[in-house]
Design a protein around this ligand. Structure first.
Ligand code: HAM
Length: 406
């Protein structure tokens, strides 16, 4: 809506300038993608694939397509299709205000069409790149003036060490099956990692004592995690290790992180991301590491509003152009057009109202100046310039108007 646009521009401008400062280049991928792209990457057993993805039948036997639920898989597809592995690595990419689609019961902070700032660094496994991406995410909020957020991170290991952690988790939760919520009883078989993330009170209590991924990391993952912690310290980021942090997408390996608002509930994550070293290989490419995050723009704006952080103001006209007669109106149309051509924000009075009503309109629009044209002004090539705050006015030559208002 128009009254929200100031927030959107504010958030978008911060995002663009920050991404440029970190040498990320913009990429825009299509809204429609092959349905299977996300099954293979986000994961068959995730909420996104099970409950939230839109499924469309393409015409002419073109197969199953979807409205993208997230950007990472699509950006990796583009990386492969456009031979970006030939560029210097890592390839740093961001997308902005890209609409994503997830089916759910619409509620505050959870929409069926929403927008993300999405950031990916593809082609480098170094933990310093994870730290760079986490710092970028945190700075984004800092520079928006947002306070009160927490930054949490964890390592969930990789294909070598995670199976052992999952086995221990399954064992642990099976022993306490009766205390699990009905949803988690189902997830226990399909996606046991997600149990750590359940908001149900009894499941949360169980998660406190559950086996921790960081206790099962293989040597390589352990080294990576230690390096990441060291870099986050060096960067003086207020990041807290959270052994219960897991994410809702299956492609993550090693690092995961989230930025959370203090507002309770499932919508508390303003942004999140992590490393996905197996994703590109899953799409048919050579093994290629990657790391990134996404921030939900609607959630950020909602939070900005709750903190009463004002947005940029709507554009305000400098000049309101009023006229007294129909003949003068032609001249007013010309003058308004000339002002706009000279980069001056000008608005023409409309609706054939009396001069008094037009001046009232000028006041309500908030233009600091009104230009008034009557028959006399048309004849003499002048215009009345009224300073709205001072309630003073003077007659000036038409050819001086632009100079006076610039
Ligand atoms: P995600 O956690 O699914 O991660 O989404 C990131 C952010 O998008 C969330 O923190 C939230 O702010 C916003 N979001 C998600 N779903 C909705 C919704 N239904 N309504 C409003 N906002 C929503 C990803 O999408 C990963 N692709 C992030 C990533 C990039 N990981 C690596 N690179």
């Amino acid at each position: 809506m128009p009254q929200e646009q100031g927030y959107w521009r504010y958030v978008e401008e911060k995002a663009v300038s920050l991404c440029q400062r970190y040498s990320y280049q913009r990429i825009d991928t299509p809204i429609m993608e092959a349905y299977d792209l996300f099954i293979r990457t986000v994961g068959e057993e995730t909420d996104i694939v099970q409950k939230e993805m839109y499924l469309l039948e393409d015409r002419g036997g073109g197969g199953r397509i979807t409205l993208r639920p997230e950007a990472t898989a699509a950006v990796c597809r583009a990386y492969l299709e456009h031979g970006m592995h030939n560029l210097p690595q890592p390839v740093r990419l961001y997308s902005l205000s890209a609409p994503m689609f997830r089916y759910s019961r619409p509620q505050a902070g959870r929409l069926r069409q929403f927008h993300q700032l999405n950031v990916e660094a593809i082609g480098d496994a170094d933990a310093a790149v994870d730290a760079e991406v986490i710092e970028l995410a945190w700075r984004f909020f800092q520079e928006l003036g947002v306070t009160g957020l927490s930054l949490q991170f964890n390592s969930i290991g990789d294909g070598r060490c995670r199976p052992e952690h999952l086995r221990r988790l399954k064992e642990y939760y099976s022993r306490h099956r009766s205390r699990l919520c009905p949803d988690c009883k189902g997830r226990l078989e399909r996606n046991v990692l997600r149990l750590l993330d359940c908001k149900n009170e009894s499941c949360q209590a169980l998660a406190e004592e559950a086996p921790r991924s960081t206790d099962y990391l293989c040597d390589e993952c352990q080294d990576h995690f230690l390096s990441l912690r060291r870099y986050l310290d060096i960067m003086e980021l207020p990041a807290q290790a959270n052994p219960k942090l897991v994410r809702g997408l299956d492609y993550y390996t090693r690092t995961v992180f989230e930025v959370q608002s203090p507002q309770e509930g499932a919508q508390s994550a303003l942004g999140g991301g992590g490393r996905y070293d197996g994703l590109i290989q899953e799409l048919g490419g050579k093994p290629t590491p990657g790391v990134g995050f996404a921030v939900g723009i609607e959630r950020v704006i909602r939070y900005l509003k709750s903190l009463e952080i004002p947005s940029a103001e709507a554009p305000r006209p400098t000049a309101f152009v009023a006229y007294v007669t129909e003949d003068a109106k032609d001249e007013a149309v010309r003058l308004t057009s000339q002002l706009r051509g000279a980069s001056i924000n000008a608005v023409l009075a409309t609706g054939g109202r009396s001069l008094k009503a037009q001046l009232k309109q000028a006041d309500s629009i908030g233009a600091p100046y009104t230009l008034i044209l009557g028959d006399e002004e048309v004849r003499s090539g002048t215009v009345v310039l009224r300073d709205m705050a001072q309630s003073t006015q003077e007659s000036i030559p038409r050819d001086q108007v632009v100079e006076r208002l610039s």
